[in-house]
Design a binder for this molecule. Structure first.
Ligand code: CA
Length: 228
């Protein structure tokens, strides 16, 4: 289960803010509330929120100005909350970079649907952008030290993971034992060069043998290579 998103409710009408908060928390979101515009701006840029609900009319700094200033430095999703007679605000808000708008009063189901839609799209984009390698059924996330084969997570030690990443980064290129040793164990490694063969055998046990595939190939007299 993914961690619940944190929604920042910026609304000076306290009963409305509280009403939104109750509904969001009931739906499993984390929330924070701010009634003052200037403090809201400061909190948006200092704290980490997954989405901001931003009222337009606020004390000290209005929602439009907040949106404009936040967009100079952050792409946090923003849904503007505008009153019915402030339709021009909606256009201006979107021009300033708000992702969506809601006209008050709104049904909490509608607000929840918009929030869920934005957060879902954003998580999908993040997932696609995240650095990863795909070799056949194997997918590696170097930033997270994670590897999955056919969707199944594989438990590797740190060294095993570094070795696998090095092989995968050089997919289809045969790497010599010396190259692997220098890259994965470092130039000042004084141990036995057999360590490479030993770790290759660990990886084969955990990946090739377990999943009945052949990713790690030996090129006799040269070294090792990962192939699709
Ligand atoms: Ca207001």
């Amino acid at each position: 289960m993914e961690e619940s998103a944190k929604i920042f409710i910026v609304e000076d009408e306290k009963h409305i803010a509280r009403f939104i908060q109750i509904n969001l928390e009931k739906a499993g979101f984390k929330t924070a509330i701010e009634h003052n515009g200037r403090r809201a701006y400061e909190r948006i840029i200092q704290e980490k929120y997954d989405l901001v609900l931003l009222d337009v009319m606020l004390p000290e700094m209005d929602g439009m100005e907040i949106c404009k200033k936040v967009r100079e430095i952050s792409d946090v999703p923003i849904i503007m909350l505008t009153a019915r007679d402030e339709i021009k605000d909606k256009v201006e808000g979107l021009e300033l970079g708000a992702n969506d708008y809601m006209i008050k009063p709104f049904a909490s189901e509608e607000l929840l649907a918009r929030i869920k839609g934005i957060i879902k799209r954003r998580r999908e984009v993040r997932r696609q952008e995240e650095n990863h390698f795909i070799i056949g059924d194997m997918i590696l996330y170097p930033d997270r030290y994670e590897v999955k084969v056919g969707g199944e997570p594989v438990e590797l030690t740190h060294k095993e993971y570094e070795l696998l990443i090095y092989l995968v980064e050089n997919k289809n290129h045969v790497l010599s034992r010396d190259q692997i040793l220098q890259q994965v164990w470092g130039y000042d490694y004084f141990g036995n060069t057999n360590v490479v063969d030993v770790y290759i055998s660990y990886l084969r046990t955990k990946i090739d043998d377990r999943f009945g595939k052949k990713y790690i190939h030996t090129t006799r007299g040269v070294g090792y290579v990962v192939r699709d």
